[in-house]
Design a protein around this ligand. Structure first.
Ligand code: SF4
Length: 451
C-alpha cells in the first residue's frame, strides 16, 4: 500500500488521518467513514444537534426549542432556505438559554417553564425539544420533562436526543428520525401496490425544490403523501404510514427512517436523486418502474423528453464556456456527491477533489468508480486539508456549504452553495440550468482577475 504524499496542517499525525483520505489510482482501500466527530477538532462536519436540526427544522408548524446555551440556537431559519406553503412558526428559534446557574443546579425546571410559555403564546400541536452538548453533560431528563409537558398541555412534546458529542452528524439524523417515528401513526393497511401515494424523504424544500418534484410526479400520476420534512406539518406527518412507497433524496439523513418505516409499516423504499439531468431522468423512470405501470412509464418518458429539450440548449451554452475547468466538492451526503460528479460532467467540468461529511462506504465506492485517477477523495475533512488539496489540484471552484464559503474566497476560488442556505432551486431540470448558470457566473466572474 503506497503512502500518501500529504503534509497535514492540523497537527494530527498522518497515521490518524490516512484512513480518511485517498487519491484514486494510488490506493486500493476503502475510506473509513462514520467515525465520531472529535470534540474541539477543526472538522468541517456539523455536530449531532445540527444534524437533527437539519432534518426537523423544516416542519413548519412546530415549535423548535433548543435546550442549551444560546450559542447552539444560532442555527435558525434565516440560514436555511426551506420554504413553507402555510405555517411559519418554524422560522422562530427558541432557546432555554442555559447559564452557569442552570449548569450547576440543572435546567429541567427552566425547560418546563419555557415549554409552558411557548405553548401559551403559540398554541402549537407539536414541540421538538433539542438536547445539546451541555445537556448531555449535566444529564437533564428531557424525556421526563417532555412527557410531563405533553400530559399537561395535551399536545405532543418530543425530545430530540442530540447531545453534540454522542457521535457525529449522522447520529443527529438518527435522533431526528427517532423523533419523527414517535409522530407517525400506523396506517390501516400495509403496503398497497396499487396506491400511487408516496412519501418523499430527504427534501427540505430549499427554495421550493420539493414543489418542483411534486409537479413532476403529479404529471406522472403520482401523489406525494408527505415530504420529510420540507413544507411538512404536524397533520401531514401523522399520516405518513399511509403511503405505498418511500423515495429518498438525501439518503444520509433518511435511510434510517425509511428502513424503520419498512420494518414497522411494510413500506418499501428506494433511493432517488433529482440533482442533474441524468439522475433526475433516471429517478423518474425508476419510480415508474417501482409501480410497474406502463402508462406512468410513458408519461415519465414524455416529461423527460419535454424538459430535457427545454434546458439542453442553455446547458450547452454554459458547457462551451466551462469546458476544462476543475471543481472541488465537499458536501453533506454521499448521494449528492455522486450526482454532482455526473452533473459536472454534463457541463464539461472535472471533479479533482471530493469529500462528504456523512458519506457511507457504498457512496465512496460509487464516487471511486466515477472520478478519474488522481482525484483526491476524503471523508470528514478539516479546512486545512480542503485548502491543501484544492491548491494542489488547481481547483477553479468549490462546491460546499456555509462553512466552506470563506475558505474558497480566501483562496481566490469560485464558490457554489449546494447546502441549505441558498435561495434558488438546484433540483430537477430547472435546477440543472440554475446550477450551470451559477457555476458560469462564479467561475467566469472578472473579479478573479483582481485577486
Ligand atoms: S450542541 Fe454542542 S457542538 Fe453543537 S452547537 Fe451546541 S455546543 Fe456546539
Amino acid at each position: 500500500m503506497e503512502e500518501m504524499e500529504v503534509v497535514l496542517l492540523t497537527g494530527l499525525p498522518i497515521e490518524e488521518r490516512r484512513d480518511f483520505i485517498l487519491t484514486k489510482g494510488k490506493q486500493k482501500r476503502q475510506l473509513k467513514c462514520d467515525a465520531d466527530s472529535v470534540a474541539g477538532s477543526v472538522s468541517q462536519r456539523a455536530c449531532v444537534y445540527c444534524g437533527a436540526r437539519v432534518v426537523l427544522n423544516p416542519v413548519t408548524d412546530a415549535v423548535h426549542l433548543v435546550h442549551g446555551p444560546i450559542g447552539c440556537a444560532s442555527y435558525t431559519w434565516d440560514i436555511r432556505g426551506s420554504l413553507s406553503s402555510g405555517a411559519d412558526l418554524y422560522r422562530n428559534s427558541f432557546s432555554t438559554d442555559l447559564k452557569e446557574h442552570d449548569i450547576i443546579f440543572g435546567g429541567e425546571k427552566k425547560l418546563a417553564r419555557a415549554i409552558d410559555e411557548l405553548v401559551r403564546k403559540y398554541r402549537p400541536k407539536l414541540v421538538f425539544v433539542y438536547s445539546t452538548c451541555i445537556v448531555g453533560v449535566i444529564g437533564d431528563d428531557l424525556e421526563a420533562v417532555c412527557k410531563a409537558a405533553s400530559g399537561k398541555h395535551g399536545i405532543e412534546v418530543i425530545p430530540v436526543q442530540s447531545s453534540g458529542f454522542i457521535g457525529n452528524k449522522s447520529a443527529g439524523y438518527r435522533a431526528a428520525c427517532d423523533a419523527l417515528m414517535r409522530l407517525i401513526e400506523p396506517g390501516e393497511k400495509k403496503y398497497v401496490i396499487k396506491s400511487k401515494n408516496i412519501n418523499y424523504l430527504g427534501d427540505f424544500n430549499l427554495a421550493g425544490e420539493a414543489w418542483i418534484i411534486k409537479r413532476y410526479l403529479s404529471r406522472m400520476g403520482v401523489d406525494i403523501n408527505v415530504v420529510f420534512t420540507g413544507d411538512s406539518s404536524y397533520a401531514a406527518l401523522k399520516k405518513a404510514a399511509g403511503a405505498s412507497l418511500n423515495i429518498i433524496q438525501c439518503a444520509g439523513s433518511m435511510i434510517y427512517l425509511a428502513s424503520r418505516m419498512e420494518e414497522n409499516y411494510g413500506i418499501p423504499y428506494m433511493n432517488v436523486s433529482f440533482v442533474g439531468i441524468e439522475d433526475t431522468s433516471n429517478s423518474l423512470r425508476n419510480i415508474a418502474k417501482a409501480f410497474n405501470d406502463p402508462e406512468m412509464a410513458y408519461k415519465a418518458e414524455q416529461l423527460i423528453e419535454h424538459e430535457t429539450a427545454l434546458v439542453k440548449p442553455a446547458i450547452q451554452r454554459y458547457r462551451e464556456k466551462l469546458e476544462g475547468k476543475k471543481a472541488a466538492v465537499y458536501v453533506g451526503g454521499g448521494f449528492k456527491a455522486v450526482s454532482l460528479i455526473k452533473q459536472f460532467k454534463e457541463i464539461g467540468i472535472d471533479v479533482v477533489m471530493i469529500g462528504t461529511q456523512t458519506g457511507r462506504p457504498e457512496d465512496y465506492r460509487r464516487i471511486g468508480d466515477l472520478v478519474d485517477d488522481g482525484t483526491v477523495i476524503l471523508d470528514d475533512a478539516n479546512p486545512a486539508e480542503l485548502e491543501k488539496f484544492m491548491l494542489e489540484k488547481g481547483a477553479d471552484l468549490l462546491v460546499g456549504g456555509v462553512k466552506e464559503r470563506p475558505l474558497a474566497y480566501k483562496l481566490g476560488i469560485a464558490f457554489i452553495d449546494h447546502n441549505h442556505n441558498r435561495k434558488h432551486p438546484l433540483s430537477g431540470f430547472i435546477g440543472a440550468v440554475n446550477f450551470a448558470e451559477e457555476v458560469y457566473a462564479t467561475v467566469c466572474s472578472p473579479v478573479w482577475n483582481y485577486i
